[in-house]
Design a protein around this ligand. Structure first.
Ligand code: GTQ
Length: 320
């Protein structure tokens, strides 16, 4: 410790009184820049898919309530977090199954990976899900999932579970606890963003030469009523990197979760290279510099806590 026994004695003496000297901790508490404990990682869908399907042999969607394998960041074991602020999981619904209705204060996104035609119910609205679609479950809206098709359906769940916890706002309710059945829900914001539309918007950007050197062609999912991100905490985007394109080095304070929709490439995160194939999920902790190389036309969905950071004044980015 310090060569100052009187100081050390002072620190020891105040500890039982629940007091601590800030000056020993200041630079850790208020660092020059973000110091994420999450690490860069990529889950290969080829490896994860058999595990997701195997889960159906062990538990039904009904019993599990949500049959999800959590994508847990290797730097945050036991936390159920993919990044310091967000949750990610792969949810499976088999033919004929339903996942019961519940609601919670956490916002959720579903990004459809595999299967075609299963549905999610949000309040009274039924959304039929197709690969590449984005479906939002706004906070505190009743939702259930079901699969009337002949094949399994897998999607990526993104939720702001850690943020809700930090802010002390975690509440949930199950359908069987519902006090009043049939109360008329408030109108929903847009909750379904079909891939067909997103893909066409990206193609129009490419054709129009609107290609950002750090990101390629990027569309943001926005609520037309507010012009803002579709969820209060989570920002969602889709980008197209044309074959042969490599993005210039970039970093931002939000931690990115990328899901590959089409194509192959490589993401380099602070010097570690991860190859990317369809349906792989990669995570970039905030403030780590990354570049993405597209071997074919590469289409990437992403979500991050940028919506919350924007509102709270925490967001920063650097184009290198
Ligand atoms: O589908 O409602 O991955 O409540 C985690 C919590 C999915 C859901 C998750 C949830 C859900």
């Amino acid at each position: 410790m310090t060569a100052n026994p009187q100081r050390d004695q002072f620190y020891r003496s105040i500890e039982p009184e629940s007091l601590a000297p800030l000056w020993l901790r200041l630079k850790t508490l208020v660092p020059r820049e973000p110091t994420p404990t999450a690490v860069a990682h990529r889950w290969r869908y080829a490896d994860v898919r058999p595990r997701v399907l195997e889960s159906a042999r062990h538990i039904t969607a009904e019993e599990a309530e949500r049959r999800v394998l959590i994508l847990e960041n290797p730097g945050l074991r036991g936390s159920s977090q993919v990044t310091g602020n967000l949750f990610a999981g792969l949810q499976l619904i088999m033919p004929g199954e339903t996942a019961p209705s519940h609601r919670h204060t956490q916002s959720a996104l579903r990004f459809i990976v595999e299967g075609d035609g299963a549905y999610t119910m949000v309040d009274n609205q039924k959304v039929v899900m197709r690969p590449g679609d984005l479906v939002i479950t706004p906070a505190w809206r009743w939702h259930s999932h079901g699969n009337d098709t002949a094949g399994p359906m897998v999607w990526l769940d993104g939720l702001d579970i850690p943020l809700a916890k930090y802010f002390g706002g975690t509440f949930r309710e199950e359908a069987h606890e519902r006090a009043t059945a049939g109360d008329d829900p408030a109108p929903l914001p847009p909750i379904h963003f079909p891939y067909r539309d997103t893909r066409a918007a990206l193609e129009a950007m490419r054709t129009g030469g609107r290609i950002d050197s750090h990101a390629g062609c990027v569309v943001r999912y926005l609520d037309p009523a507010t012009g803002s991100w579709v969820m209060p905490t989570i920002a969602t985007m889709m980008r197209l990197l044309p074959a042969g394109f490599t993005s210039a080095p970039y970093r931002s304070s939000d931690s990115m979760v990328f899901a590959v929709v089409e194509g192959r490439g490589v993401i380099d995160i602070a010097g570690a290279a991860f190859d990317l194939a369809p349906h792989d999920v990669a995570v970039v902790p905030g403030w780590l510099t990354y570049t993405i190389r597209a071997d074919d036309d590469l289409v990437l969905f992403s979500y991050s806590e940028r919506a919350a950071q924007d509102k709270l004044g925490f967001f920063r980015e650097q184009r290198l």
